[in-house]
Design a protein around this ligand. Structure first.
Ligand SMILES: O=C(O)c1cc(=O)[nH]c(=O)n1[C@@H]1O[C@H](COP(=O)(O)O)[C@@H](O)[C@H]1O
Length: 309
């Protein structure tokens, strides 16, 4: 799957991921109205609204981008109907040939991680049958339980030719509280980065490992160091747009081959119509605003990478 991701990045010239993090408050009134007329103001109604919203955005951007990242929390808040909307979104994006990164941030003791890995990347056995539950292509993993919490995900990736993005240095303001703590004089995130590189060593696609890392766009200096510590790991870089990250901050997340990073924006794309610069599209044409925001993001990152050459 890492090869597919790379091929799609090369084909689209867009090292970007559209984050599908649908909050009900972003869903235009006409879509909410239709969903509520059919299902009432219920969890089912909310789930139908976010699904229709996602679908329209995907229909408007899928040809420009290699991948999407649905964040499962945004669906889980609507309970079982929300999870059904998550699965519909995953399947729809795959039918559009997009690489799907399930942002699930799981990680637990070994046996529990194994169940998460089976549910999201692998297949669960039921008698003589086996079923792929959610069937994303990549998932995000929290490594802070250590190797036995990560290994079951790696094992399933090997079997299924899928991949991981493991949290190393997160984009949020408090990420330094623990991640920057010095251990033997070095920040914890560097040690985690080294371990991600090790976990990835025998999981190579061609040039890159399918065991990747997450490093926030909001920490460009740390990104530069981590790029060197994990030369063969693809880095998922969230924090562009709504959290303040800009193209110029991101050049050191990439390798000299122009690859090695994929930048996520969620609110900045899916709720673009709420921003002043895209207000002309209006609520009715929200998905066209998303397309314009994707084009602007591709141009911003492309220009920054060109300048850095
Ligand atoms: O793993 C992630 O994707 C992630 C890691 C991180 O360090 N920071 C971060 O923002 N994310 C996710 O990336 C998305 C960012 O959303 P926006 O800030 O709206 O672009 C959310 O789904 C976050 O959960």
């Amino acid at each position: 799957m890492i090869q597919k991701l790379i091929q799609k990045i090369q084909k689209t010239h867009a090292p970007i991921v559209v984050g599908l993090d649908p909050m009900l408050s972003y869903v235009p009134a006409h879509i909410q109205k239709r969903a509520f007329e059919e299902h009432g103001e219920t969890l089912e109604g909310a789930a139908e609204a976010i699904w229709q919203y996602n679908k329209e955005i995907v229909d408007h951007v899928y040809d420009l981008i290699p991948a999407v990242k649905p964040q499962i929390a945004m669906y889980e808040q609507f309970g079982i109907p929300g999870l059904v909307a998550f699965k519909k979104t995953v399947d729809y994006c795959k039918s559009k040939d997009l690489v799907v990164i399930g942002d699930i941030k799981r990680g637990d003791i070994g046996s529990t991680s194994a169940a998460y890995a089976v549910g999201h990347l692998g297949k669960v056995k039921v008698g003589n049958n086996s079923f792929a539950g959610f069937d994303e292509d990549f998932v995000t993993v929290n490594p802070y339980l250590g190797t036995d919490g990560v290994k079951p995900f790696v094992d399933v990736c090997k079997e299924e030719k899928k991949g991981l993005f493991i949290l190393v240095k997160t984009s949020n303001p408090s990420s330094g509280e623990f991640q920057d703590r010095l251990i033997d004089g070095r920040p914890l995130y560097e040690l985690v980065g080294e371990q991600v590189a090790k976990w990835g060593e025998d999981c190579m696609g061609d040039d890159y490992s399918y065991i990747g890392a997450v490093v926030g766009a909001t920490y460009p200096e740390q990104g530069k160091v981590l790029r060197k510590i994990m030369p063969k790991s693809f880095i998922l870089v969230p924090g562009y747009g709504a959290q303040g990250g800009k193209g110029a901050d991101l050049v050191h997340f990439f390798n000299e081959d122009g690859l090695g990073a994929i930048v996520n924006s969620s609110r900045g794309i899916i709720a673009a119509y709420k921003q002043e610069q895209y207000a002309k599209y209006g609520e009715e044409h929200f998905a066209e605003a998303s397309r314009a925001a994707v084009e602007a993001m591709i141009a911003d990152i492309g220009t920054a990478l060109e300048r850095a050459k």
